[in-house]
Design a protein around this ligand. Structure first.
Ligand code: HEM
Length: 147
């Protein structure tokens, strides 16, 4: 058993890593930022591009610039071809740990209202409405008496 990279890709062929992991923290990926070990993150997935450095048509510098980081934006900005997207699979070694991915705002449960604030939000409209109606009725009666 060696480094996480060997565990992730070790002899298992092109489909080495699956959706279920292995999982890496951002700090673990961040350490692989040299030409000896070059990892990057694209769309929450971790890629070991060390052996791809010399083969990348866009040059190794751009990969080294992104090494150890989330390269999603740079990768997309270039407008990589479908072939390039397919090539990603060969270098896939795992996933960013789910705890470190940006949370999806739609999945954050909204805070249930506390008893006191819910009382006022539910009742203030009928209470104010009743007061206004009461005042209008009072003025209507006073009008009737004066005429
Ligand atoms: C594992 C990740 C990557 C793979 C498999 C990959 C693959 C490729 C391939 C196949 C091409 C040839 C053009 C195409 O087919 O789209 C290419 C070009 C290029 N790539 Fe990447 N790439 C990767 C990551 C990156 C990253 C992170 C950058 C950062 C900026 C980058 C920048 C470029 C540039 C500048 C070109 C040249 C585009 C041109 O000459 O028109 N690539 N890449």
């Amino acid at each position: 058993m060696g480094t996480p990279a060997e565990r992730g890709n070790g002899g298992a062929g092109p489909e080495a890593a699956s959706e279920g992991g292995p999982f890496f923290t951002l700090a673990e990926v961040g350490k692989r930022n040299t030409a000896e070990e070059t990892w990057l993150i694209i769309r929450g997935r971790v890629y070991d591009v060390t052996r791809f450095l010399g083969e990348h048509p866009g040059g190794e510098e751009v990969l080294l610039e992104q090494a150890g980081r989330d390269a999603t934006e740079s990768f997309d900005d270039v407008g990589h071809s479908i072939d390039a997207q397919e090539m990603l699979k060969q270098y896939h070694i795992g996933e960013v740990h789910p705890c470190e991915l940006k949370p999806d705002p739609s999945k954050i449960p909204s805070k249930p209202p506390s008893g006191e604030s819910s009382f006022w939000t539910v009742w203030w409209i009928p209470i104010v409405g009743a007061l206004v109606l009461g005042l209008m009725y009072r003025f209507y009666l006073m009008d009737g008496k004066s005429s």
